[in-house]
Design a protein around this ligand. Structure first.
Ligand code: BGC
Length: 737
């Protein structure tokens, strides 16, 4: 005990304390710190307690039982030789007991403060159970909606992902990660996991260096700058080198270029999988390769504890290397306030239920994107309808609306759309509920008749369709991303009634809606909105709130257009609207070169169904007066871009103004558009605002082959507007130094 107290002295500088601890530790105790084990219930408690007591465990994953956490932390602090507490990890991805919208849904709010608030509430709820580490944010740039993990991402754009990732880190950790109501964040999955080929999870990620540097790495660099405590490696095989054995990523980039001094954990058994990938001969080899590459902690694989001691004794890995890995973990524990012990002695409380639900409701509201609203079908005037048909397999499913990656969410906190609509219309109008299909995947149309009758006998039909929670998330990928089951037929059957059809899609990914979009008078994309999805939707449908979300991903018309994203390259033969021919219009025997010879699909053209950044409102916003204070600048100067946004409609609402650039000529070709800034602002009817953005050389630069970040002199296009097709244009020339 004396020794533990001595080393726990908060006066010691962190590095000195680490050195002192390392001096006292045996090799087994060191590799014990590198070992993360799974909680296997109270049945296995005694064995786990023995391991903790002997210093064979650095972290426990999936433990949310406060009594067990306390018992284990007490053993670690009082009975292990160095008294080093445990990191207790849990996937707190979008909420804990209160479930927030999916990260992809939160990204649709383009509201960093809101993303931070969601993470803050989640951290406070999780910390009460003794959890001190989450495996979030997931900041994999995701351009393939077949991949089920797109749900956990912030979408397709490196900049938006960077900003929202940093906000989420701040919400979990705050500026004082040692405070007992915080949890450490983890930037994952380093790196390029979002590029899994064909949208199939765990698949190879063949990312060329330019794409890696300019698309996949920037959010991770931003996470380091935001002070993220930990990183997690990806499952992917990046151009032949799986991430958990990738020394270029883990050492050259993360440690040397970015100076990250927190800790890196593997993904679940991803060190063991170095053998399955075909990179390592056996588990001994895998432990060695991962440790040399720079993975500090082995998530549940047990390879480090089993093999690093004898690898070190035989000289295949140096004690210095082991000390570096352990040092990263100790530093993380010290920063988290664990080794001082103060944190563990302070018990915190969950935030008030009403506070948590209010944040969840605001987040669910701002996450919804209004994609279509013919003849102002929405909002509905609740006092002018006498009956409303609520239809669809997602209308009353408390668990499904929570979405993927929910381990601790309490479905009894969910308020469904049916509950919320019924309470809004109580005493005013009849609500007739018919699911139409048992699940979103059902093909059995037996329930259609009742659903059609309900729609036919009501003033308006609102359809809650989409995907159940199980259809997205890890290892839950789809080849055909249209509405699953017989839902498209259900939509058409309801359409036949002639009643206004309002669609609400609750899903974990962008669906390809090209074949059904015309059937809806209005369409709200709600994603999986979490606990308060129902009230948020009722607020939007009845005009108590105005939609403000914008898409963080491009929506394809058909699955075969994927991957489709706004920041693509121009190609040598970009498509031109007047040269695109549809397969049905090709003349018999047409010669090879008659079809325009540009980059498009014969059956889908080249346009998406909805572009990145798009979202309607119940009001309208007009853009004008795009102005730049200089058309030429040097690297040391800054250009100020301004534009006027006016609310020309009749409702107070928020607009997300976006600024895009294009580097017209560069020796490494650049995307046709890149988001560089955005601003969310509320405007009253008739109100206008001048939005101002600053452009420095940083916004114009990109990563070159040697890893340097530089801008090339020359011309840049600039657009400002309400989505990625913004057409208000100006330009800027960067002068040679
Ligand atoms: C996932 C990670 C997750 C980990 C722990 C893995 O399968 O890829 O994202 O944090 O499991 O649950």
């Amino acid at each position: 005990m004396d020794m533990a107290n001595e080393y726990n002295s908060s006066e010691m500088a962190i590095e000195e304390r680490i050195r002192n601890l390392l001096t006292e530790m045996t090799l087994e105790e060191k590799t014990g710190q590198l070992n993360q084990v799974q909680w296997n219930g109270w049945e296995a408690f005694d064995a786990l307690a023995d391991d903790v007591r002997a210093g064979r465990v650095g972290s426990v994953i999936n433990l949310v039982d406060r009594a067990a956490v306390d018992a284990l932390q007490t053993i670690a602090r009082q009975e292990s030789r160095q008294g080093i507490p445990l990191l207790i990890g849990r996937d707190v991805i979008h909420g804990f007991h209160t479930v927030m919208p999916l990260p992809l849904a939160q990204a649709s709010s383009w509201n960093p403060e809101l993303v931070r608030d969601c993470a803050r509430i989640s951290a406070q709820e999780a910390a009460v159970t003794g959890v001190n580490w989450t495996f979030a944010p997931m900041i994999d740039v995701s351009r393939d909606p077949r991949w089920g993990r797109v749900a956990e991402s912030f979408g397709e754009d490196p900049y938006l992902t960077s900003v929202l990732g940093a906000a989420m880190i701040d919400g979990y950790q705050t500026s004082d990660p040692a405070s007992p109501d915080t949890i450490l964040a983890c930037a994952k999955h380093f790196a390029g996991y979002g590029a899994s080929e064909g949208g199939r999870d765990y698949n190879s990620t063949n990312i060329p260096p330019n794409e890696m540097r300019n698309v996949h790495l920037p959010p991770f660099k931003a996470a380091v700058e935001a002070g993220v405590a930990t990183f997690m490696t990806s499952f992917g095989d990046i151009d032949g080198v799986p991430a958990s054995g990738n020394d270029w990523l883990l050492t050259d980039v993360l440690r040397e270029e970015w100076s990250f001094d927190g800790m890196v954990v593997s993904d679940w058994e991803s060190i063991t999988q170095l053998c399955t990938h075909g990179m390592c001969e056996d588990e001994v080899d895998a432990a060695l390769v991962a440790a040399q590459a720079g993975v500090d902690m082995d998530m549940v694989g047990g390879l480090y504890s089993a093999h690093l001691p004898h690898l070190c004794e035989s000289g295949e890995i140096s004690m210095d290397r082991i000390d570096q890995l352990v040092g990263n973990i100790l530093r993380t524990k010290i920063r988290a306030g664990l080794i001082d012990g103060d944190r563990l002695d302070q018990h915190t409380e969950e935030p008030a239920r009403l506070t948590a639900l209010a944040v969840a409701r605001q987040a669910a509201t701002e996450s919804c994107v209004l994609l279509r609203n013919e003849k102002d079908t929405l909002p509905l005037a609740s006092d002018q309808i006498s009956s409303l048909a609520v239809i669809g397999p997602m209308a009353n499913e408390p668990a499904e609306q929570m979405g993927t990656w929910v381990f601790d969410g309490k479905s009894e906190r969910s308020v469904t759309p049916l509950d919320a609509i019924t309470s809004v219309l109580e005493g005013q109008a009849e609500v007739d509920f018919e699911p139409g299909l048992e699940t979103t995947r059902s093909h059995d149309k037996t329930l259609f008749t009742r659903a059609v009758e309900a729609a036919a006998s009501c003033d308006v039909a609102v359809l809650f369709i989409g995907e159940e929670a199980i259809l997205s998330g890890e290892a839950h990928c789809r080849a055909d991303i249209t509405l699953p089951g017989a839902q498209a037929d259900l939509v058409r059957a309801i359409r036949q009634t002639g009643k206004p059809v309002i669609g609400v899609i609750m899903a974990g990914r962008p669906l390809a809606l090209g074949d059904v979009i015309e059937e809806f008078d209005a369409l709200v994309y709600a994603w999986h909105g979490g606990s308060m999805s129902g009230p948020a939707l009722a607020d939007l449908l009845f005009g108590r709130a105005v939609p403000s979300g914008k898409l963080p991903v491009t929506f394809p018309k058909v699955s075969g257009q994927v991957p489709i994203y706004y920041g693509h390259k121009n190609t040598g033969r970009p498509p031109e609207a007047d040269k695109v021919i549809h397969i049905d219009d090709i003349e018999k025997g047409a010669p090879q070169t008659s079809l325009g010879m540009t980059s498009f699909l014969l059956d889908a053209g080249y346009e998406p169904l909805f572009p990145f950044g798009f979202g309607l409102s119940y009001t309208q916003f007009a853009y004008s007066d795009l102005h730049i204070d200089r058309h030429e600048m040097t690297e040391k100067e800054m250009a100020i871009v301004t534009a006027t946004v006016i609310n020309t409609g009749t409702r107070t609402a928020s607009e997300i103004t976006q600024l895009y650039i294009r580097d017209r000529v560069a020796r490494i070709t650049r995307p046709v558009r890149e988001l560089k800034a955005f601003r969310r602002q509320e405007l009253a009817p008739g109100e206008s605002v001048q939005v101002e953005f600053q452009l420095s050389v940083n916004e114009l630069a990109y990563y070159h082959r040697d890893g340097s970040f530089q801008a090339e002199p020359g011309d840049f296009d600039i657009w400002v507007g309400g989505d990625s097709r913004a057409d208000l244009h100006t330009s800027l020339r960067l002068l040679k130094a």
